[in-house]
Design a protein around this ligand. Structure first.
Ligand SMILES: C[S@@+](CC[C@H](N)C(=O)[O-])C[C@H]1O[C@@H](n2cnc3c(N)ncnc32)[C@H](O)[C@@H]1O
Length: 383
């Protein structure tokens, strides 16, 4: 496909998304119907679509229309790429710009310039000292991070194995196990280092969250909202003992046994956790606001009603998990959110409802080149 044809494909997919299709579904449907598209074409089209999704409002403003075509035009203007080189009308490229399109487009202002819905800008402003910096970070692509699986070898050995396959990494400042991929990210899924469990894909701040947990050899540990199991696997590498994994939707854990096998981690799936754990992690469902650059659609689909519903679920999970912790044990509450309502306010609410608990430590990570936006609080059961 020519660069112009890739732009036209992205325009059509963006129109499907605007009509209500989920981004992944729209991309998959396009790929199925476009057998001529090679892997590089698919990756390029995907990048265009996700670049626009991160900047849904500002690209429409700068492109002069709330359409796939308008947004792609706005994106090219933001990237200082001359649209006339791509909107040529030749082959499968988009039609040349009209006089109106050429003259159209305005400089976005306020929440539009920050690519946030208005209501979310207000929530972010109420949560953070520098909401603009966080909103700006969410407008850019996320770096790719790996976790070195210490059950399968050390960091240097993993870096060397990756480098031998053309995947260059840098050591992350946030966590001793985190590597930032600087070259060859697309080779990862087919690499031996990945297939043999030397590394896992995991954001650096997610790894730092696990670093913050009071984990030790032989502890009895439960991951109550295990999902795909990223944190359960990281915890198993630290405890050198079984980690129990639970999720209200067991289908979310479908790949976990296979991942555990590859990583040589001892993960045991439990449908009904008992009690008496030394540590229970509840990595609760949340807005995902700290990771919206990876899943930008969520930024536009979340409503105030959704957020209120999520907050109720979070409080309920905290209370359920507290009852599973042994006296003297710890309860870790984590989100991938930067909203205070889902973070510090939930912990404050919990401490108001219970007695005999205190905060050991808590930390808010903000989205940046170093990792995603996550929150973790370690709560100690005194009695
Ligand atoms: C943020 S994800 C977990 C991500 C996972 N810990 C990881 O690191 O890959 C939240 C998970 O909580 C699960 N969940 C939602 N409500 C729940 C509930 N009431 N009890 C247990 N799990 C729940 C969801 O199915 C989802 O898999």
């Amino acid at each position: 496909m020519t660069p112009g044809a890739r732009i036209q494909a992205a325009i059509e997919i963006l129109d499907r998304i605007a009509a209500g299709d989920a981004a992944e579904r729209a991309l998959t449907n396009w790929a199925r119907a476009s057998r001529f598209a090679g892997s590089k074409d698919r990756a390029a089209v995907r990048d265009h679509v996700f670049d626009v999704l991160r900047r849904w409002r500002s690209t429409a403003a700068q492109g002069g229309a709330e359409t796939g075509r308008g947004r792609m035009l706005g994106l090219l203007r933001q990237q200082e790429t001359d649209p006339d080189t791509l909107f040529t009308g030749e082959g499968h490229a988009p039609a040349p710009l009209s006089v109106e399109e050429r003259a159209g487009g305005i400089e976005p202002q306020g929440a539009s310039a920050l690519d946030l819905p208005d209501w979310l800008f207000d929530r972010l402003a109420a949560s953070l000292d520098d909401p603009r910096a966080v909103a700006e970070a969410l407008r850019h692509r996320a770096p790719v991070f790996l976790r070195v699986n210490l059950l399968r070898g050390g960091r240097d050995a993993a870096r060397a194995a990756l480098a031998a396959e053309g995947i260059e990494t840098q050591v992350s400042a946030l966590s001793g196990t985190a590597l930032r991929v600087v070259e060859g990210a697309r080779r990862l899924s087919g690499s031996r280092a990945y297939a043999e469990g030397l590394v896992e894909l995991q954001d650096a701040a997610s790894q730092a969250v696990v670093d913050a947990l009071p984990l030790g050899p032989g502890m009895r540990v439960l991951d109550y909202c295990a999902g795909g199991g990223g944190k359960a696997l990281a915890m198993a590498a630290r405890t050198l003992a079984p980690v129990e994994a639970h999720d209200a939707d067991p289908r979310r854990m479908a790949d976990l046994p296979q991942r555990a096998l590859r990583a040589e981690a001892d993960i045991r799936i439990v449908a009904s956790p008992a009690s008496g754990y030394d540590l229970v992690l509840c990595d609760v469902p949340c807005s995902g606001s700290g990771a919206w650059r990876r899943a930008p659609e969520a930024k536009w689909r979340l409503t105030p009603v959704d957020l209120t519903r999520l907050m109720a679920v979070q409080a309920e999970i905290l209370d359920t998990c507290a009852a599973l912790v042994a006296p003297g044990g710890a309860l870790a509450y984590a989100t991938c959110s930067v909203l205070r309502d889902e973070n510090g306010a939930q912990v404050d609410g919990f401490l108001d409802r219970v007695t005999g608990w205190s905060v050991d430590n808590d930390r808010q990570f903000l989205p940046s080149d170093e990792g995603d936006g996550l929150y973790v609080a370690v709560l100690r059961r005194e009695t």
